[in-house]
Design a protein around this ligand. Structure first.
Ligand code: NDP
Ligand code: HEM
Length: 475
């Protein structure tokens, strides 16, 4: 028997083709609440898009830990043999929700692990570093990536003006303009937690850590020219590639690896290991294999499971912790703030965001709180009615930060050139040519004084870098 269509209140609908009118030629009666409900719901089908990373694709999968790293962490999700369900959302940063996929941009690599100790979110990118090192500059940077307020056009001038005045961006700009700035598909990118985090073991000892996910499909990239052809035919090339491969059973995989730095090593390190514009050189901090991540399940409903998915670096589990990276602290505030606005106060109750463990908070009420809890007198804390209590066994080891509070100049004496130089020097001739040509394309229309200021920065990385860009630009 066919299901009977109903209103949202469950009342049967007799006619879904013809509105209720006074006479055959209209007008419509106000009491046609079925028509009104349908139009009103349509007006509410969109939620605000993410302020950055608006265009994305997601899939579910599994993280399997194959190695014993218990000497570094007690986190259950990271113990050998553990298998944890996850959601991975890939994205581009600058474009709006309808932007084409095959664009030169950083790719977001946002992970939510549904662990036995609550959700662990690792909200990273396909690059190990970032454009700015102080969150104070993040909104300015993003303004240069979005549209000019008057022309409503993207502005190469704004981008290079900001970058040429912010030498800390050089490392990430070099990656963005390299071949890796335009991946062939989401399956062909690495993922990096980027920030330094901490791992804490059962003896409550802290180690600093970097998280890496290396694609087992191999890094594959496309040129600007190839991308233009793809976008002309298919604006959703990466969404299609990911969805169709998973649908076919061709599940993409990543090798999960970490780098470890002890607290003593961090104190002796010749660069700030909490600076998001720096990597930890592999030779000094070798990669340690931890496990494998596989994507094996497409979402059933894009809106419910990808658009409403809310990732935040603030979601952390015992055995994994933060670090003094000042960008990380800002992100810990910013993401849940964005999600309370973008999705709603109780965004964490939605199935895609809900942890698999019992949630015991004393938060109450608020719009769309649909949880009907067992009646209890323990609706505040402390209480005498057997309510949930804190557990000091989860306390992290002390972290020494005592120092003078002031607005430290983060550009003073900071070496913004050595690491981009190391990257430039490991590029093949062909990769260098792509780098120069991509910079030339991206500098289209930029005033000469800004171009010159940027070339002076490239010169400090390597004279071949500056001369290569100049030659490509014909100057
Ligand atoms: P290594 O030679 O040990 O590592 C070089 C790394 O660079 C590899 O991970 C390689 O990835 C990656 N790489 C190659 N081409 C590009 C590119 N166009 N864009 C981004 N990454 C690329 O050297 P070091 O560890 O001493 O690092 C040297 C430089 O390599 C760094 O300054 C940094 O720019 C870059 N890098 C370093 C990473 C790190 O965590 N140490 C991570 C990623 C980049 P793959 O193995 O997949 O080829
Ligand atoms: C998305 C803020 C730096 C990766 C977002 C969102 C905000 C934000 C508000 C939208 C969240 C939402 O609506 O759900 C910031 C701020 C930063 C910063 C304030 C700097 C202080 C970074 C860095 C990375 C990163 C350094 C990577 C290492 C991402 C990703 C997303 C995102 C991947 C998309 C998450 C998803 O798929 O839903 N960011 N961000 N951001 N950001 Fe950042």
């Amino acid at each position: 028997m066919k299901k009977i269509m109903t209103t949202t209140a469950g009342n049967p609908i007799s006619d879904n083709q013809n509105s209720l009118t006074a006479g055959e030629r209209g007008p419509v009666l106000l009491q046609d609440y079925q028509l009104i409900q349908k139009l009103a719901h349509q007006n509410r089908e969109r939620i605000p898009e993410r302020v950055v990373h608006a265009k994305g694709s997601g899939a579910f999968g599994e993280l399997e830990i194959t190695e014993d790293i218990s000497k570094y962490t007690k986190a259950k999700v990271l113990q050998k043999g553990e298998k944890t369900k996850l959601l991975l959302r890939f994205s581009t940063v600058a474009g709006e929700k309808g932007a084409a996929d095959a664009e030169r941009d950083v790719r977001g690599f946002a992970l939510k692990f549904y662990t036995r100790e609550g959700n662990w979110d690792l909200v990273g990118n396909n690059t190990p570093v970032f454009f700015v090192r102080d969150a104070y500059k993040f909104p300015d940077f993003i303004h240069t990536q979005k549209r000019d307020p008057q022309t409503n056009l993207r502005s190469n001038t704004a981008m290079w003006d900001f970058w040429s005045l912010s030498p800390e961006s050089l490392h990430q700009v070099t990656i963005l303009m390299s071949d890796r700035g335009l991946p062939k598909s989401y399956r062909n990118v690495n993922g990096y937690g980027s920030h330094t985090y901490s791992l804490i073991n059962s003896r409550n000892e802290r180690f600093w850590v970097k998280f890496h996910f290396k694609t087992l499909q191999g890094i594959e990239t496309i040129t600007n020219k190839e991308a233009a052809q793809i976008v002309g035919q298919d604006r959703e090339s990466n969404q299609r590639d990911l969805f169709e491969n998973i649908e076919k059973g061709n599940f993409p995989k990543w090798s999960f690896e970490i780098q470890i730095m002890s607290e003593e090593q961090a104190k002796a390190c010749n660069f700030n290991p909490f600076d998001l514009t720096k990597v930890w050189p592999h030779a000094d901090y070798p990669m340690i294999k931890v496990g494998t991540m596989t994507l094996n399940e497409n979402p059933q409903n894009y809106f419910a499971q990808v658009e409403q998915a809310s990732f935040s670096p603030s979601n952390i589990v015992p055995g994994i912790g933060f670090s003094p990276d000042k960008m990380l602290q800002a992100r810990i505030f910013s993401y849940p703030d964005a999600q309370r606005y973008r999705v709603g106060t109780h965004y964490e109750m939605l199935p895609v965001n809900r942890p698999i463990v019992e949630v015991n908070t004393y938060n109450l009420d608020g719009s769309m709180n649909f949880q009907v809890k067992e009646p209890t007198k323990a609706f505040y804390e402390p209480n005498s009615f057997d309510g949930a209590v804190e557990d000091s066994s989860f306390l992290e080891p002390d972290l020494e930060v005592g120092d003078i509070a002031k607005r430290y100049n983060h550009r003073d004496g900071n070496d913004d050139f050595s690491q981009p130089r190391a990257l430039f020097l490991l590029m093949s001739d062909n990769q260098k040519e792509q780098l120069f040509s991509n910079i030339k394309d991206a500098m289209d229309g930029v005033p000469r004084n800004i171009v010159d200021r940027q070339i002076a920065l490239f010169e400090q990385i390597h004279s071949d870098y500056a001369s290569g860009v100049k030659k490509a630009l014909g100057i």
